[in-house]
Design a protein around this ligand. Sequence first.
Ligand code: ZN
Length: 241
Amino acid sequence: MVRLKGILKFLYEIEVVTGLHIGGAKENVEIGGIDNPVIKLKNFKGLSDVPYIPGSSVKGKIRSLLELSLGKSSVCSCGDCDICKIFGTSGTTAKHPIRIRIFDFYPKDETIELWENYLEGAYTEIKAENTIDRLTSTVRRGGLRHMERVIPGSIFEGDIIFRIFDENEDKRLLDLFEEGIKLLQEDYLGGSGSRGYGRIKLHLRGVVYSSIKNKNGGIRVEKKALGPDNYKNVVFISEGS
Ligand SMILES: [Zn+2]
């Protein structure tokens, strides 16, 4: 019988190191405007069209990097391996509860200030990119694209949640997930990574642990803040006791 024994909540910051492009809807493209917009929030703290980083983009990228590293060629759907236990599987093959939840990352106030100071009323930059024809070395017809990007130095914050069911297994799964975070920093997020886009850094800023105990037919939740360096010792030793 699987029981939810605890919830680890990590507060992460994502620092944009090179221009970041996570594609959004093209519905409000003006004529002569951007043909490759980034994904934005319609409304964020009273501001409109604010770029953000969807949790699903971060999750998908970490999953695919881990799968590549483990020699899995495509998105696994066995429902039983470590990857499926961490990230889940679609549909009916799920056999275990999903460990990880990655929420959307929103810009910090200082970052909105940075954009307002440097970008003249917009929250992004537009980069013109040529697609060069390799045979003729000329710009391909229709090859000029306008890529919208989030500028370097921007910082987004969001939560990643790791749910603990089995203290023996979950330390291994958490270690594996954290290797995925390291790999993400060596790779890129979003589009056009081969053109140098999407280098990011993740900074762990805080950890809160909610331990869930069964008491007299009910449950008791105890919440405590832990340090980014020692949370594993605290969580996994006390879980075993
Ligand atoms: Zn699997």
